[in-house]
Design a protein. Structure first.
Length: 214
């Protein structure tokens, strides 16, 4: 994985969108793109694209643009997804099940290798090639499977205890889908996704006349 400690957080958040657009350009057999075409595909502006890419090193050729394949490889290395990241889902309810069935994880370099739930009726059942494990097995299974990222799709009341087990297993990255803030050590990265908050933000834009958010 390439070290890019000086890349701003806002730029890092835009890199997955750039990668998605570049993969689409590759599918459309576009060998070269410029900052303007990337901006158009991603819903931003060319100046922002050039500024973001300036943090990633010397990319592209002036007057020609960027080689799509090379740029995909470079951004993938910056994001650390050149090799597959092993992930697990804790909470195999409707949301967890839907996430497990999402094919986009594999296409973007992530492999779900473990599933967990506290419901006795779900423990021991199978989903694809995986068996749902109980919460008492979280630490041992995460360590045994070499899981690097855990997705928490648990009820709010038990999310912190689930996160504690994840941290105890040595996992350093958590995607939290529960509407609760987590307390974790400084060396553990947490990404909070709250669907109700996002819906409220969209409602705000509708109330302001329907302006879209990029």
């Amino acid at each position: 994985m390439e070290r890019n400690a000086n890349v701003p957080g806002a730029t890092i958040q835009r890199l997955p969108a750039y990668l998605r657009c570049l993969l689409q350009a590759q599918t459309n057999q576009m060998p070269l793109v410029n900052s303007g075409s990337i901006a158009e595909m991603c819903g931003t502006n060319a100046a922002q694209v050039r500024k973001d890419f300036s943090y990633l090193g010397e990319l592209g050729t002036r007057g020609i643009g960027y080689d799509v394949g090379e740029l995909i490889g470079h951004i993938s290395r910056v994001l650390g997804i050149v090799e597959r990241r092993r992930a697990a889902i804790i909470g195999f309810g409707k949301l967890g099940g839907a996430l497990f069935g999402y094919s986009g994880f594999g296409e973007r370099g992530f492999e779900i290798v473990a599933l967990f739930d506290a419901d006795p009726d779900k423990i021991g059942t199978t989903a694809g090639a995986l068996t749902v494990s109980g919460m008492d097995e979280v630490e041992s299974v995460l360590r045994g499977q070499g899981v690097e990222i855990v997705i928490l799709a648990t009820p709010a009341a038990v999310t912190q205890s689930a996160a504690d087990a994840v941290v105890s297993a040595g996992v350093k990255a958590i995607l939290n889908l529960a509407p609760v803030s987590l307390s974790v050590p400084d060396d553990v990265a947490v990404r909070q996704v709250c669907l109700s908050t996002d819906l409220q933000i969209l409602s705000f834009h509708l109330a302001q006349g329907g302006a879209s958010e990029r």
